[in-house]
Design a protein around this ligand. Structure first.
Ligand SMILES: *[C@@H]1O[C@H](CO)[C@@H](O)[C@H](O)[C@H]1NC(C)=O
Ligand SMILES: *[C@@H]1O[C@H](CO)[C@@H](O)[C@H](O)[C@H]1NC(C)=O
Ligand SMILES: *[C@@H]1O[C@H](CO)[C@@H](O)[C@H](O)[C@H]1NC(C)=O
Ligand SMILES: *[C@@H]1O[C@H](CO)[C@@H](O)[C@H](O)[C@H]1NC(C)=O
Ligand SMILES: *[C@@H]1O[C@H](CO)[C@@H](O)[C@H](O)[C@H]1NC(C)=O
Ligand SMILES: *[C@@H]1O[C@H](CO)[C@@H](O)[C@H](O)[C@H]1NC(C)=O
Length: 454
């Protein structure tokens, strides 16, 4: 019901609008005219002038409110106001009005008042229409200026951008940085007419290519030339990286004798100058300058501190990154049985080796007797003294048979590195390194190993 009712109302409205818009039609009710150019206020008549008499006027209301009758016309004659005689053209048979050369005084509203009297019926038909006209001067190419003109230092300087046009009325300015429109913010201040942009204070992210865009109703956005803003900043995000070695937080572990390169990088404009400093036992000395450091070290189990310092000589700011270099055999390179290097603490060695032996024992029994119950029984039945003995005798043989790996956890981020049993023993002498033995006991099924240990 509602739908059909709506349809019905719609069709009635359609008929009504058709009826009301008959006889005359004005294609455009708003005109943006250009100064000096002609403007036609076009009117379409939807009846034949042979079947009717017409009489009407065109009048003009200025923005100030003064109203002038421009033309009074009938089918046969047209009387144009004397003041406008040279500037207006009203020509029969259609009732369109042509303004030959627009000037800013021609702005305002134009009213058409038309009476039609058809020959085939009595009574007058009256039609009134209003057309709005603006007159503008096209915009010339905008000129963009930056103050100060030289590069600026982040957080220390303000930048003022000015966009100006030589010609143009009702100019609207827009601002773009790297083709992205800029809007007001706590650091971006625009003048009333948007012709000035004030950046205070300037920051790294303000760096880029600026343009201003000027437009008005008769000119599409016209681009200024692009002007670069260069901002000196940094250093930021200082980082030390190396493709070699093993990195754990701020600790790099490298193989003995390996030539390792370290790169120091920071975001900065202009580019930083870099200095590498070695900090060893209370003495610090400059090792090299430039972003790259080359290190080759044989000194096992010696933690060496390095520091990369980046300095921006324009912003006068600097940043430092420190890291520790540890020389140790990495998991991939099986170390030969050489005994040089720093002495192993006997206590640590004993601890390592006893856990090692326990591990080996367990593995040994497990391998021989697959059933966990039997393993348990075998060990359990052995007298206590006998149980202790294989700890010593089993040590050397087991090295060949089973590879046991420990996890070395290093201060800083909780990441782990693999190292052989021996290299681990050496690392233990480094004080601030926590070593965790991750031995074979952990691989024995939970229940039997627990009962065994207790
Ligand atoms: C009215 O006449 C002018 C010439 O005087 C012509 O340019 C225009 O197209 C005509 N308009 C209509 C709607 O016929
Ligand atoms: C009179 O003529 C006009 C224009 O041709 C036409 O639209 C209208 O319907 C006619 N009216 C009558 C009552 O014949
Ligand atoms: C930058 O502008 C702020 C106000 O926004 C002003 O206090 C400061 O002195 C200006 N700095 C320079 C270097 O002109
Ligand atoms: C100035 O620009 C802003 C957008 O950045 C806009 O919202 C505002 O209307 C503009 N003002 C003028 C006077 O053009
Ligand atoms: C700043 O450092 C750059 C290299 O990073 C150098 O070319 C420039 O001369 C230095 N400027 C001053 C004023 O020291
Ligand atoms: C290193 O310097 C600190 C104080 O700066 C001092 O207490 C310490 O004894 C020094 N160590 C050595 C080995 O010189």
């Amino acid at each position: 019901m509602e739908a059909t009712g709506g349809l019905y109302i719609c069709s009635v409205l359609l008929i009504l609008t058709e009826v009301s818009s008959e006889y005359i039609h004005i294609p455009s009710l708003v005109h943006h005219g250009m100064e000096g150019k002609p403007l036609l206020l076009s009117v379409e008549t939807h009846f034949s002038l042979d079947e009717a008499e017409i009489q009407g006027t065109w009048s003009h209301t200025r923005p100030s409110g003064t109203r002038t009758t421009l033309v009074t016309f009938t089918k046969e004659t047209a009387i144009t106001d004397m003041m406008y005689r040279n500037r207006l053209l009203f020509r029969e048979p259609n009732v369109s009005l042509l303004i030959q050369k627009l000037n800013t005084d021609d702005e305002g509203e134009y009213h058409l008042n038309l009476h039609i009297e058809f020959h085939n019926r009595t009574g007058l038909v009256n039609r009134e229409r209003t057309v709005r006209v603006t007159v503008d001067v096209p915009v010339s190419t905008p000129v963009l200026e930056k103050s100060p003109s030289n590069p600026v230092v982040e957080d220390k300087a303000n930048v003022t951008w000015t966009c100006s046009v030589e010609r143009g009325t009702r100019v609207v300015f827009q601002w773009l940085r790297d083709n992205v429109a800029l809007t007001p913010s706590d650091r971006y201040h625009f003048s009333q007419d948007n012709s000035t942009l004030f950046i205070s204070p300037v920051r790294k992210e303000d760096k880029g290519t600026y343009r201003c865009l000027a437009s008005n109703p008769v000119s599409q956005g016209r681009n200024s030339r692009a002007v670069e803003l260069n901002v000196y900043y940094g250093p930021y995000n200082l980082e030390v990286n190396s493709v070699q070695g093993l990195r754990t937080g701020e600790v790099f572990t490298i193989n003995p004798g390996e030539l390792v390169f370290f790169e120091c990088q920071a975001d900065s404009n202009p580019p930083n100058s870099y200095v590498w400093i070695s900090k060893n036992r209370n003495t610090s000395q400059i090792v090299t300058e430039g972003p790259r450091l080359e290190v080759r070290s044989y000194r096992l189990a010696q933690a060496e501190e390095y520091l990369c310092r980046a300095f921006n000589n324009v912003t006068q700011k600097q940043d430092e990154a420190q890291f520790t270099l540890v020389v140790a055999s990495l998991g991939t390179e099986k170390e030969k049985h050489t005994q040089k290097g720093s002495p192993v603490s006997p206590l640590a060695a004993m601890a390592v080796c006893s856990s090692f032996v326990i591990g080996c024992m367990l593995l040994f029994f497990l391998r021989r007797t697959c059933h966990p119950k039997r393993v348990l029984m075998n060990i359990y039945n052995r007298p206590f003294a006998e149980q202790k003995r294989p700890h010593r005798s089993g040590h050397e043989d087991a090295t060949e048979d089973f590879g046991i790996y420990e996890f070395v956890s290093i201060p800083g981020k909780m990441e782990s590195a693999q190292a052989s049993c021996r290299s681990l023993a050496r690392l233990e002498s480094i004080q601030d390194m926590h070593t965790t033995i991750y031995d074979v006991i952990r691989h024995v099924p939970e229940t039997p190993s627990h009962s065994l240990l207790t």
